[in-house]
Design a protein around this ligand. Structure first.
Ligand SMILES: [Zn+2]
Length: 100
């Protein structure tokens, strides 16, 4: 009988909650090389609902997507405008804040 990954993590004292994983499909976002397209999509404007794995880049107004759930305090990279972003929660939405 093998120990589950979760049990192993608890044994190691790691209390970080498990993050949800997301399947990313090609969004047809042409501004970056094909292999990175699934990590970005165009923002549809104020009515656009951001998923738990999506962060809006305020610099170029592109949605950065992660294969994992994103939480405030995380850092993501916006390739289209080459900006490093700190994820912040703004009224329940995940918005990036450019880092120097
Ligand atoms: Zn950007």
């Amino acid at each position: 009988m093998t120990m589950s990954a979760q049990t192993a993590a608890e044994t190691a004292g790691n209390v970080a909650p498990e993050r949800k994983g997301f399947e990313l499909e090609d969004t047809g976002f042409k501004e970056v090389p094909k292999k990175y397209r699934r990590f970005y999509r165009k923002w549809q404007g104020e009515d656009d609902m951001l998923a738990e794995n999506e962060v809006l880049c305020p610099v170029c107004r592109i949605v950065v997507r992660s294969a994992r759930e994103v939480l405030p305090g995380d850092r993501v990279y916006c390739m289209p405008c080459m900006t490093r972003l700190m994820v912040t929660d703004v009224d329940g939405r995940l918005i990036g804040r450019p880092l120097q």
